[in-house]
Design a protein around this ligand. Sequence first.
Ligand code: SAM
Length: 211
Amino acid sequence: MPSDYDHLARWYDRLGNLVFAGSIRKAQAFGLDNMTSDSRVLIVGGGTGYVLDAIARLNLSGLNIDYVESSQGMLQLAEMRSISNQDVRFINESWPSTKANDCYDVIITQFFLDSFDGNEFHLMFSSLDVRLKEGGLWIVADFQLSKDLRVLWQLPMLRLMYLFFKITVGIQASRLEDIAEHFASTYKELICNSNYYGTFIFSSTYRKMKK
Ligand SMILES: C[S@@+](CC[C@H](N)C(=O)[O-])C[C@H]1O[C@@H](n2cnc3c(N)ncnc32)[C@H](O)[C@@H]1O
């Protein structure tokens, strides 16, 4: 059963800001300036759409954006953003069962891949990967666990977050995949990277290389 963020939608951003004190926002904005005008862009699980505001501030022309979000509550909030300078197609469907089946110059997933583990994660990753053109960019922000003993608080905090999202929205995953390692092992070149909230949050831009 897919997760259901509808009843959390109005609180989601406030909760993120409260717990992570602006780090989520910074991670969501980082790397977007690698995009160029006239790109075909796919955003999956974009939530309330802050990323659309951040993209609008770049003043790029000719962007064509497919915004796929499974929660109607989240999508409605995203649609209310003032993004008139962009061509956005809002799609209230669950990826990968969606009508958005083009190939894209840019894919954006932010705090989305952490909702999947094991086989589900691999299926989700490859269903997106096949939609990214060679040479295209994947802009990703998410959580990561450090092996540094000084940040041992990360694991209990992560477990608490998974418990919270299991109870409130019914996510199936219970552990965090090594997302950065997965990108590295699937032939993607790291263009830029930044860490936030200690190193608990990362934001990276990868280029899909020729196999
Ligand atoms: C943790 S929230 C992250 C929202 C936003 N990207 C952010 O950074 O704040 C995950 C979002 O992904 C959406 N989602 C979960 N599974 C999905 C799927 N299979 N297809 C599309 N959206 C999905 C949820 O409804 C939710 O809005």
